[in-house]
Ligand binder design. Structure first.
Ligand SMILES: [Fe+2]
Length: 195
């Protein structure tokens, strides 16, 4: 499901232009710029539902899916205390911009893999504030995200290479290994939070 909102067409035009920027690294750079420019310019008014958290889990709402290029734009709403386990992006690149509040992103480097068991080492922590954007290019795609604030809502906008319906999540085991589980990603609809 797609949503209409002020500034949407211009935002999508800037993403479409970025997709044609060249190789993956250049596309990531162009998308980060487009996203940061949009946040700083303040011309885009995300749909009202995006500003509503979901008490059960961080909320994912699809803003747009490109019929021409295949990329998907998802808004995520993080209530205080909400975050993700270590996860991958099913092999897709992704650009993530912080629209409001702040997120803590921990990047993990894959050290070993044995079947569905994985071992990681933390490779850096970023506190990403509003107006900043980062990108992930597989295979460097393992990370956690959480709301960096104990009291404020955080909102991020993610541009994925393609529709992401599932990803791998990694559960810690008794040693320093993790077990990969296939996780189905769901979308929150406006109806679920708009009363
Ligand atoms: Fe992620």
């Amino acid at each position: 499901m797609e949503m209409n909102f002020a500034g949407r067409d211009q935002l999508i035009r800037s993403f479409d232009a970025a997709i044609g920027a060249g190789d993956t690294v250049q596309v990531m750079r162009a998308l980060r710029s487009a996203l940061c420019d949009a946040i700083h310019a303040g011309d885009v008014q995300l749909p009202d539902c995006v500003f509503e958290g979901n008490a059960e889990h961080y909320a994912r709402r699809e803003l747009y899916r490109s019929p021409e290029h295949g990329y998907c734009v998802i808004a995520m709403t993080w209530s205080p205390g909400q975050g993700t386990p270590i996860h991958d992006h099913a092999g897709m690149w992704c650009v993530e911009g912080v629209w409001q509040g702040a997120l803590e992103v921990v990047q993990y480097e894959l050290r070993e893999q044995a079947g569905s068991r994985y071992r990681f080492i933390p490779a850096g922590v970023i506190q990403a504030g509003a107006g900043s954007a980062g990108s992930l290019i597989p295979p460097h795609e393992h990370h956690t995200i959480c709301n960096a604030s104990a009291s404020e809502l955080a909102i991020s906008v993610h541009v994925y290479q393609d529709q992401m319906t599932h990803c791998g999540v990694f559960e810690p085991e008794h040693d320093d290994w993790y077990q990969r589980h296939e996780h189905t990603l769901t979308l929150d609809t406006p109806a679920a939070v708009d009363h």
